[in-house]
Design a protein around this ligand. Structure first.
Ligand code: SF4
Length: 356
């Protein structure tokens, strides 16, 4: 325990220290979460930022083994929201004053897809120039990233899923469309284009150990990301990993520890409290906020489509149909002592400091 307290008191975290923080006992875990919560409150306050999430389409050109909308999963209904439905969700988000919209989609690269994202970004900026826009639309060319940035998108999230190349190829086909180096290159393109850059990893993958997770944290620190979206591995029906063994309780706790460790080593970034946490534990999003997360993402898709964007099993599908329900949905995920920040983009403080 004494060694653990010393590690928590030392702000420079090397790999062994991170492994020790992740491999803690129940008493030490309380100290870890308390430290992360203190750092978070003293650095970025007790504000929680919302991102209204719109999942445009579950059509994806990729085949990640864990993902329910992978291209080879023939058992799901594919959809692409029409522009009117997208605009309706955008209008609800704007009316709610949530401050930011996140556009997510299965990965496509066609000119039609690129133009459809451009049209959405243009629409949002024309309707509400002050609202923040986050895109999460996969690997694109440097030119496409620059184009969307120029049109007004400010943030881009591209999860690396694991920084261990060997593990990466355990969970992604080793082919032209799943290339670890290309993914790293895309993250660099995103940074170079001037986005607030986000990445993240999956926690609890089979064969992943403490060392891998510590390396993931170091990867994010060294990449100097501005935001992070991490989530637990939840086996999904209809995928090659549907029968993978997963101890949900320990994966859940480990994800909380990853959030806490990341907050300790990167105090001023934005960290998402993911919906996947709620899938494992009804209080999952609140607990993630208490462990250091500061962003929540209410889902504005029509509920009929939301079920179809099933990256993992048992994703929550509560319907949001108006501005009040956006705020109510956020409020449900916020523990006492924290405040939903309205009318602000909720930029990463790390990024804002760089802009001064
Ligand atoms: S994880 Fe992303 S890129 Fe991979 S199949 Fe799913 S939606 Fe497509």
């Amino acid at each position: 325990m004494t060694d653990f307290i010393k590690i928590l008191d030392n702000p420079t975290k090397d790999k062994q220290a991170l492994i020790r923080m992740l491999n803690c006992n129940a008493d030490e875990q309380k100290l870890l979460f308390a430290k992360a919560e203190n750092i978070r409150k003293s650095t970025i306050s007790n504000n929680v930022y919302g991102r209204a999430l719109i999942e445009l389409s579950n059509i994806c050109s990729k085949d990640c083994y864990y993902c329910g909308i992978r291209k080879s999963n023939n058992s799901i209904d594919r959809y692409a929201l029409d522009i009117d439905a997208i605009k309706e969700s955008i209008d609800i988000a704007i009316a709610s004053k949530i401050g930011s919209i996140a556009i997510q989609s299965g990965e496509l690269n066609s000119p039609t897809f690129v133009e459809s994202i451009s049209e959405i970004v243009r629409y949002i900026k024309q309707k509400c120039p002050e609202i923040g826009i986050t895109l999460s639309c996969g690997e694109q060319t440097a030119k496409t990233y620059r184009k969307w940035k120029r049109l007004g998108a400010e943030r881009y999230l591209l999860r690396i899923e694991t920084s261990n190349k060997e593990l990466y190829y355990n969970y992604h086909p080793n082919d032209k469309s799943h290339n670890f180096e290309k993914r790293l290159q895309c993250l660099q393109y995103i940074k170079d284009a001037g986005y607030q850059t986000g990445t993240g990893v999956m926690v609890g993958l089979p064969k992943q150990d403490f060392e891998d997770l510590a390396d993931d944290l170091i990867f994010m620190r060294d990449m100097e990301i501005h935001m992070c979206g991490m989530g637990p591995f939840i086996p999904c029906k209809g995928t090659p990993m549907e029968n993978a063994k997963s101890n949900f309780d320990s994966v859940f706790e480990m994800t909380l520890r990853m959030i806490a460790c990341l907050r300790i080593i990167m105090p001023d970034i934005n960290i998402v409290s993911s919906t996947a946490m709620e899938t494992i534990n009804p209080k999952g999003r609140e607990l993630a906020i208490k462990a250091g997360a500061n962003v929540i993402m209410p889902n504005l898709n029509p509920s009929t489509h939301r079920k179809k964007y099933s990256l993992y099993n048992k994703k929550p599908t509560n319907e949001i149909t108006n501005a009040k329900e956006v705020i109510d949905s956020c409020a449900k995920a916020i523990p006492s002592g924290y405040i939903l920040s309205l009318g602000k983009k909720g930029n990463s403080l790390k990024w804002e400091r760089l802009m001064v």
